[in-house]
Design a protein around this ligand. Sequence first.
Ligand code: FAD
Length: 445
Amino acid sequence: MKIAVIGAVAAGTSAAAKARRTNKDAEIVIFEKGRDISYAGCGLPYYISGVTPSRYNVVMNTAQDFEEKYKVDVRLEHEVTEIDSDEKILYYQNLVNGKEGGYEFDKLIIATGAAPIKPPFEGIDLENIFTLRSVESADQIKDAVKRDDVKRAVIIGAGLIGLEMAESFSELGMDVTVIELEDQVLPPFSKEMAGLVEDHLKEKGVELILGDGVDHFEGEGKVAKVVTGSGREIEADLALLSIGVKANSKLAEAAGIEVGDTGAIKVNEKLETNIKGIYAVGDCAESKDLLTNKDVWVPLGSTANKQGRTAGENAAGGEAKHYGILKTGITKVFDLTVAKTGLDLEEAEAEGINAAAVKVKAHNHASYYPGTDDIHLRGIFDRKNGVIVGAEVIGGDGSDKRIDVLAAAIYNRMTANELFQVDLAYAPPFSGPKDAVAILGMVAE
Ligand code: FAD
């Protein structure tokens, strides 16, 4: 059995590791066009700020470590240029010496990920305009911010990565401006909850320009100014484009593999594509939304790891399923934890649910115990049966456990009353006798 994997970050390495655990005898080869393997993309903002001190901390394995541990052949700087899905052969180019070759496989796992969107704005090729995706891109940003003349950062896009980087650049002592086309930060969040994050960013000295986008960049060789659609001119020594990513699905599409309306590769529960024996996982693949049963594309490391494991098992002869996702995401924006799971009000209504949004503010733990913080919870409930279908949590310490309890509740179709009834742990340093989640359930009832 010969298993080929394309891509060696979260999904590809999970797939290869699980394939090896499932099948001790298979020949497993990973092709990766970059120079690093198995790195923590999610850790890059902390590597740039220095909170995570060394490159070694975010690159979890060297190719050699991985090869020894899993008995896998890792071919770095090898770009797969074509897949012949009839003959089951892939063609690659060695990017170091230019040599081309082919590899015949029995099973193929496509884990080609996603790439940052970089529109052809005038001036986009000026020095010090970056996107952040790979460790190499983080290294370039790290080198730029070390220079004395780089003091003002302009971030384009107020999504999760944009706001994580606003914190990182602030930690480095830079002046930070964030520009966002929508009239709020974190567009997937409700406006009222996003407002809490906006207030917090302003308190931390971040300038926000909302409802405006980039028109072009100006500078002599290096970026010096970002000019917005409304004509505002913002001085910049560095600009970071974080306006989203697109799935790397072209290689698969050219091989006759079906791509969905999302632009990512269509897969079934086994993560198999329309071509038998060819799987797709991680940021290049769709998932099933567990609440709407629709194919969605939500590129996250958590999903990439699970999908990789599932496809690795299946490619190696096992029988595993990935049921789907709730689109659960979380981030840290300075002192706030910001998290969301399930459907928002508009999505629920679009599904024909007679939905109601319920918002509460609670303490993270007993008010007499030091370090009390507020936690804001917003739940989306089905008025017909009280079932919770979505939630947002924004606040201090302990917000992370509340979103996870709520994700588990949504996964299990629990009602507002069950949120109150569930026997959550209590001691003063951790919660109140009625936990924030129980309070949300009580109010929603
Ligand atoms: P990728 O990481 O994109 O890896 C795909 C690999 O395939 C790449 O190395 C690429 O070079 C290689 N490749 C592509 N085409 C070819 C080819 N033709 N031949 C050979 N190799 C090829 N997710 C979370 O869940 N939580 C977070 O907190 C979080 N934070 C993030 C912060 C940042 C700054 C970034 C950038 C991402 C973050 N993510 C987070 C997202 C997470 O990093 C991704 O979901 C995850 O890396 C996806 O893994 P992947 O293996 O599917 O794809």
